[in-house]
Design a protein around this ligand. Structure first.
Ligand SMILES: *[C@@H]1O[C@H](CO)[C@@H](O)[C@H](O)[C@H]1NC(C)=O
Ligand SMILES: *[C@@H]1O[C@H](CO)[C@@H](O)[C@H](O)[C@H]1NC(C)=O
Ligand SMILES: *[C@@H]1O[C@H](CO)[C@@H](O)[C@H](O)[C@H]1NC(C)=O
Ligand SMILES: *[C@@H]1O[C@H](CO)[C@@H](O)[C@H](O)[C@H]1NC(C)=O
Length: 334
């Protein structure tokens, strides 16, 4: 449970999604390494059974090999990691249905990219109703399907009829979820977070304040959309949370520190250069990775923005943002 009844209001509205990036497949991964192209990994895809969008967005969510790949070629994207569009499994309240659908989604994604793993990788969808079952599916997806990790979209809904009810949402920061984090560590993972604009991250702050990073110091989590504002507010977050320490909050360090040891962020859907510069000053460029959030955000707008950063970043730093940090974190070359 997040310290919701104790935290200042500003921290109450934070919700997120995240992915766990895992260790290399058994044999070395062969991918389209041009040496200069981008790598993007917070990119959405879905299956007809889970589709809620309509029109062009729906067509783009379902597509892999046509307009998506064409745009990758036109925009210098070497490699894209796909994951199931939000809410995916996290929107399914029934544990048995959620578990079966996660397997279904993962098998379909593996099958669809199987003829072009040179350009596409995948994160597993996971049912988070049960931590040990989530751990088992993550392991299967990585070891049997060759996935790079897993992705969780926000809290797991468990209320009746998939209704949004705060008291029926499942979070992942209590010791009962340690079995899941333990698997993530065993498979040698970092993790990625994305969410919708109106919601910020109680998940990330919950993981911090509940001591998950203290119990699993190697855990790496990537937060979407320029860190869901957290790095912009670190001074306030750290000083406010400091006041919670005497109330028994288990966190041993502070959120700023976790942004240097456990947390990363992507640029997905937040192509804001002044904000990027602030974040580089706050958490360091080595914690920041390029991603787009296609098809919710269009690919060319990302290309124009990231290439324009040559005005503010050195060639070496820009290459690290576009691909270097991702190659390392996704272990693409190991
Ligand atoms: C590799 O990626 C580039 C984009 O960076 C693309 O233009 C090229 O066609 C790709 N090569 C192959 C063989 O897919
Ligand atoms: C992979 O299969 C899809 C669906 O049949 C097809 O559209 C695509 O061209 C294939 N890609 C490659 C590289 O063979
Ligand atoms: C989680 O799933 C495992 C394996 O299916 C089962 O043994 C365990 O009882 C479940 N835990 C909960 C809390 O339902
Ligand atoms: C956060 O922790 C670091 C390292 O211990 C420390 O230097 C910094 O002053 C702390 N920040 C706040 C606001 O307490």
């Amino acid at each position: 449970m997040f310290y919701s009844n104790r935290l200042p209001q500003v921290l109450l509205v934070l919700h997120l999604c995240f992915a766990f990036i895992l260790s290399p497949f058994a044999q070395a991964r062969v991918w389209n390494n041009t040496g200069t192209g981008t790598i993007v990994f917070e990119e959405a895809w879905t299956i007809p059974e889970l589709l809620t969008a309509t029109g062009t967005l729906a067509a783009n969510l379902l597509d892999i090999h046509n307009q998506r790949l064409t745009q990758m070629d036109q925009n210098g994207i070497d490699y894209m990691v796909l994951s199931c569009a939000s809410p995916c499994i996290q929107g399914i309240s029934d544990p048995a249905v959620a578990k079966a659908m996660a397997v279904n989604v993962n098998n379909q994604l593996a099958s669809q990219i199987s003829n072009n793993t040179f350009r596409f990788g995948a994160f597993a969808a996971l049912s988070m109703h049960n931590a040990s079952e989530a751990a088992a599916e993550l392991k299967r997806a990585v070891q049997e399907l060759g996935f790079l990790g897993g992705l969780v979209n926000d809290y797991q809904q468990s209320g009746e009829n998939n209704a949004f009810k705060l008291d029926t949402l499942i979070y992942y920061d209590q010791p009962s979820f340690d079995v899941f984090w333990k698997m993530v560590i065993e498979l040698d993972v970092p993790a990625l977070h994305k969410n919708s604009l109106q919601r910020l991250s109680s998940h990330i702050l919950g993981l911090c304040t509940n001591g998950v990073f203290d119990r699993f110091p190697q855990l790496k989590i990537i937060v979407g959309h320029l860190g869901e504002r957290i790095p912009s507010d670190l001074v306030r977050i750290d000083t406010q949370l400091l006041r919670q320490l005497p109330l028994g909050m288990p966190m041993l360090l502070n959120v700023t520190t976790y942004f240097h040891t456990n947390l990363y962020e992507t640029t997905s859907g937040n192509f804001a250069t002044p904000l990027l510069q602030l974040h580089i000053d706050t958490i360091g460029l080595d914690r920041i990775l390029y991603s787009i959030d296609y098809p919710f955000v269009d690919i060319p707008s990302g290309t124009v923005w990231v290439n324009g950063l040559d005005e503010v970043l050195s060639p070496e730093d820009l290459l690290n943002l576009k691909r270097g940090a991702a190659i390392e974190l996704l272990k693409l070359n190991s």
